[in-house]
Design a protein around this ligand. Structure first.
Ligand SMILES: Cc1cc2nc3c(=O)[nH]c(=O)nc-3n(C[C@H](O)[C@H](O)[C@H](O)COP(=O)(O)OP(=O)(O)OC[C@H]3O[C@@H](n4cnc5c(N)ncnc54)[C@H](O)[C@@H]3O)c2cc1C
Length: 414
């Protein structure tokens, strides 16, 4: 049985690697290099994360076993403590912010008291939208000070217009969901921070591409091969009218499937059209070297960036460079102006706009995604990965999903 995989990002490479000993596998990638949105660009020896800063960690033992035992051995990675911070009222304080009540107390004691009171009285109800979810878990005050402005920046839409399904997703747990006990421990300086990325791994070569290249090593990959058309004839998938596969796994963006498949019924077509995503623009900066965190979050709407990835603090020895992230396709000149608001940013070095960066969880999200995936399931086309499944997956979750998919296909004895 020949398996075709569309896209050589982390998901396509992982599933190809896991299937290659049992099947004939071919990966089709439109770019000249592999790695998708996790890939970096080497700029004068600096790993520029063109699509936003990345690091690797996982709460899944099978993911770590796959990576460290079969891709890049553990002794080829540095294990680095996370030091994430939030720019809160012009001061950098520790992240997660709800565990930093002592630091907020030093800025405004009444505010810290109010937050504490509300955190202990939180109802933990889901609410009708993301804004209500924040208020019911963190209280009105902390939601207003941090969660609502930060999430408005990162999603470019009011959290009132957003679904909260992505937060408590078992597979991801993107946000640290608070508990009253955890909050109490933090007040007493007994931090109970069990989030993924408390520590993380980064290749000792100082470039994530080392991991990506190792993941793709030994695979049958056709680069510079853009998939433009998919049809199914006599139980065979045919790509671009020339390549034939018994099984097809798509990792390219779900919303673009109507460009590849013809005759999609109107109901399914309207579901594909309702899938929304956000672009992201990243600038690589030379810094003054004063940033002493691994990454920082900026909720202030007056500052154009929402996140700073201080890759210079991750590489060994440290370098004076970081990446600033902003949602949307934002012109270079505007971002250079924004950079003047943060004194540690010295010179802009490089610039990139990413098309598919974040799946958008608007109130149509759940039903549109379900109808689109149901339609592909009905055709027997497997859709996989961050944009194939239209989910907020990190690299490790893409790998976890690849392990599960490969096991499923192997157990079918095709
Ligand atoms: C700003 C940002 C920060 C992130 N930080 C982290 C982090 O710190 N840690 C972490 O684990 N994860 C992080 N992630 C998530 C991580 O990048 C993704 O989970 C992962 O890279 C997704 O891989 P994928 O293979 O599913 O998708 P993609 O990387 O999108 O791969 C899809 C591939 O398909 C190819 N393709 C598309 N169309 C076609 C076509 N028509 N024909 C052929 N090929 C095609 C593309 O070129 C691409 O190579 C971050 C993501 C973003 C946006």
């Amino acid at each position: 049985m020949k398996i075709g995989i569309l896209g050589a990002g982390i998901s396509g490479l992982s599933v190809a690697r896991l299937l290659k000993d049992d099947f004939e596998v071919e990966v089709l990638e439109k770019e000249s290099v592999v790695g998708g949105i996790a890939r970096t660009r080497d700029v004068n020896g600096m790993a520029y994360h063109v699509n936003g800063g990345h690091c690797f960690d996982s709460k899944y033992d099978d993911v770590k076993k796959f990576v460290f035992d079969t891709v890049l051995p553990k002794d080829k990675w540095n294990y680095i403590p996370r030091k994430a911070e939030v720019l809160f009222r012009d001061r950098w304080i520790s992240y997660p912010i709800e565990f930093s009540i002592n630091q907020i107390d030093k800025i405004d004691s009444n505010l810290a008291f109010k937050i504490t009171n509300e955190m202990f009285n939180a109802s933990y109800e889901s609410g009708a939208n993301l804004q209500e979810w924040f208020i019911n878990h963190f209280g009105e005050t902390l939601s207003k000070e941090y969660f609502i402005p930060y999430n408005t920046k990162i999603w470019q839409i009011s959290p009132k217009e957003m679904d909260s399904v992505w937060i408590e997703d078992e597979k991801q747990m993107k946000l640290p969901v608070p508990t009253k006990r955890g909050f109490y421990d933090a007040i007493l300086n007994r931090p109970n921070d069990t989030m993924v990325h408390k520590n993380f791994y980064y290749p000792k070569t100082n470039n994530q591409n080392t991991f990506i290249e190792a993941l793709g090593d030994g695979l049958n990959i056709l680069t510079n091969y853009e998939v433009k058309n998919i049809t199914k004839e006599n139980n065979q998938w045919i790509v671009n009218g020339e390549k034939k596969y018994g099984i097809l796994i798509n990792t390219t963006p779900l919303d673009l499937i109507p460009n590849l498949l013809s005759n999609i019924p109107s109901e399914a077509l309207s579901a594909f059209k309702k899938l929304k995503f956000n672009r992201v623009t990243n600038i690589l900066w030379e810094t003054d070297g004063s940033l002493n965190f691994t990454w920082g979050y900026i909720p202030d709407p007056k500052i154009g960036f929402h996140r700073i990835s201080n890759t210079g603090s991750i590489v060994q020895p440290n370098g004076k460079f970081c990446t600033t992230e902003v949602i949307g396709n934002v012109p270079y000149e505007k971002l250079v102006q924004e950079g003047k608001k943060l004194s540690f940013l010295k010179n802009p070095i490089d610039y990139n706009v990413t098309e598919h960066a974040y799946v958008h969880f608007d109130l149509n999200y759940s039903s549109a995604k379900k109808s689109a995936i149901d339609y592909l399931n009905q055709l027997g086309l497997i859709s996989h990965g961050r944009f194939g499944e239209w989910e907020y997956y990190n690299m490790d979750v893409c790998i976890k999903r690849s392990i599960d998919l490969a096991n499923k296909l192997k157990s079918m004895h095709l």
